[in-house]
Design a protein around this ligand. Structure first.
Ligand SMILES: Nc1ncnc2c1ncn2[C@@H]1O[C@H](COP(=O)(O)OP(=O)(O)O)[C@@H](O)[C@H]1O
Ligand SMILES: [Mg+2]
Length: 346
C-alpha cells in the first residue's frame, strides 16, 4: 500500500493535515466524519501508513455492507459448526487486523448487539469468536468513519453512547468540497495529470471556461465526483484541451441559482452556512448557526434560496419541501429580485 497524498490548499484542509500527522503515530482511536467522497478512507489509510503499524495490515470493513446476521462472525470469527453454514473455523476481520489498523467504515450502521462486542474489544483488547469461550488477545488500532450524525443516532438510542465516546477520542472532520473551493483547482490538476498519464495522453489542460465550471459546481459527491468527472472528461476530449463540452452534464448545467449564465463571474457566489452557493447579487449575509439577531426576511430568504439550490432550481420540488405553493415561492423570488428563469419546472 503506497501513500497517496491528501491534497488540500484550503486552511481547513491544512489544519486537518496537521492533525492527521500529529495523531497518526499515537495509538488513539480516531473517528472520521464527513459526507461521502470527502476522503474519509484516504485519511484512514494515511493514519495507518504514518503510524508504527505501517508494516502491519490495514483492514477496511464497510459495516453497512455486511448483512446483520453475519456481522458478528465476519468481525469476530467463528468456530466450526457454531451455526448452520459454519463448516470451517474462521478468523474474523478484527483478528486479521492484528498488529495493524482496522478501518470500520459506516460505523453508524453497526447493530447494537455488535456495538457491545466492539466496545469490549476496544476496552480490553480481546475478541471471542462465535462458538468459542476463550477470548483471544488482539492488538488493533481502530479508525471508524461515518457520513451520519452519530450524536443524533445516540439520541435516538440507535448508537451506544459509551461506544461513541470510546471511538471519539480524536475526531477528524472532513469538510464537503463545496465548503473548501480553494481545493478544487489543486485537486482538478492532480486528477487531470493522473488521468492523462493513465490514458497515455500527452499534456492536457482545462480551458478557462471548463475550469470556471469546475470551480462553481457544488459536488454533492465531493472529491470522488470531481475525480470521476475528470477521468470522464479526459476520456472524451480529443485534443490537448478539456473544454466545457467534455465535462459531465451536471457540471456543465448545474442549474444553480440563477443559472450559469455566460456573463456570470466564476467566483460570483457567497458561501452560506451549509456551504451552498448563492449567486452574486443575491448573496446572503454571513450568518453563524444560532445567530438569532437577523431579521426574519433575511433568514427566510436564506432558507428558501438554500432549498432551491438543494433542489437544483426545481421550483416544484423545492416548494413542496418548503410546504408552500409554487406561486408563493415565485412571489418570494420576485420580491428578492431572483429571476424566474433561475428555476426550472415552470
Ligand atoms: N484531499 C484529497 N486529495 C486527493 N485525493 C482525494 C482527497 N480526498 C479524496 N480523494 C480521493 O477521492 C476519492 C474518494 O475518497 P474516499 O476516501 O473514498 O472518500 P470517503 O471514504 O469519504 O467516501 C478517492 O479516490 C480518494 O483518493
Ligand atoms: Mg468511503
Amino acid at each position: 500500500m503506497s501513500l497517496q497524498p491528501i491534497l488540500g490548499a484550503s486552511s481547513r484542509m491544512q489544519r486537518l493535515l496537521r492533525l492527521v500527522a500529529r495523531v497518526a503515530p499515537t495509538d488513539s482511536t480516531v473517528l472520521v466524519l464527513g459526507e461521502s467522497g470527502t476522503g474519509k478512507e484516504l485519511v484512514a489509510r494515511s493514519l495507518h501508513l504514518l503510524s508504527r503499524r505501517a508494516q502491519g495490515p490495514f483492514v477496511a470493513v464497510n459495516v453497512g455492507a455486511i448483512p446483520e446476521a453475519l456481522m458478528e462472525s465476519e468481525l469476530f470469527g467463528h468456530s466450526r459448526g457454531s451455526f448452520t453454514g459454519a463448516t470451517t473455523e474462521r478468523m474474523g476481520l478484527v483478528e486479521e487486523a492484528d498488529q495493524g489498523t482496522l478501518f470500520l467504515d459506516e460505523i453508524g450502521d453497526m447493530p447494537l448487539a455488535t456495538q457491545v462486542k466492539l466496545l469490549r474489544m476496544l476496552e480490553n483488547g480481546e475478541v471471542r469468536r462465535v462458538g468459542e469461550n476463550a477470548p483471544r488477545i488482539v492488538d488493533v488500532r481502530v479508525v471508524a468513519a461515518t457520513h451520519r450524525d452519530l450524536t443524533a443516532l445516540v439520541a435516538d438510542g440507535r448508537f451506544r453512547a459509551d461506544l461513541y465516546y470510546r471511538l471519539n477520542v480524536v475526531q477528524l472532520d472532513l469538510p464537503p468540497l463545496r465548503e473548501r473551493r480553494d481545493d478544487i483547482g489543486l485537486l482538478a490538476s492532480f486528477f487531470l495529470d493522473r488521468a492523462a498519464r493513465r490514458q497515455e495522453r500527452g499534456a492536457v489542460e482545462f480551458t478557462p471556461d471548463a475550469m470556471a465550471l469546475l470551480q462553481r459546481y457544488d459536488y454533492p459527491g465531493n472529491v470522488r465526483e470531481l475525480e470521476n468527472a475528470i477521468e470522464h472528461a479526459v476520456a472524451l476530449s480529443e485534443g490537448a484541451l478539456i473544454a466545457p463540452a467534455d465535462l459531465p452534464a451536471a457540471i456543465r448545467n448545474p442549474r444553480m441559482l440563477p443559472g450559469v449564465a455566460s456573463d456570470a463571474p466564476a467566483f460570483g457566489g457567497a458561501a452560506i452556512p451549509d456551504g451552498h452557493v448563492v449567486p452574486a447579487g443575491h448573496a446572503v449575509p454571513e450568518a453563524r448557526p444560532g445567530d438569532d439577531s437577523r431579521p426574519l426576511e433575511v433568514v427566510l430568504r436564506e432558507h428558501v434560496l438554500r432549498m432551491l439550490n438543494r433542489h437544483r432550481g426545481n421550483a416544484t420540488t423545492a416548494a413542496k419541501q418548503l410546504g408552500i405553493s409554487r406561486t408563493t415561492l415565485w412571489r418570494m423570488l420576485k420580491r428578492w429580485g431572483v429571476s424566474r428563469s433561475a428555476t426550472k419546472g415552470s
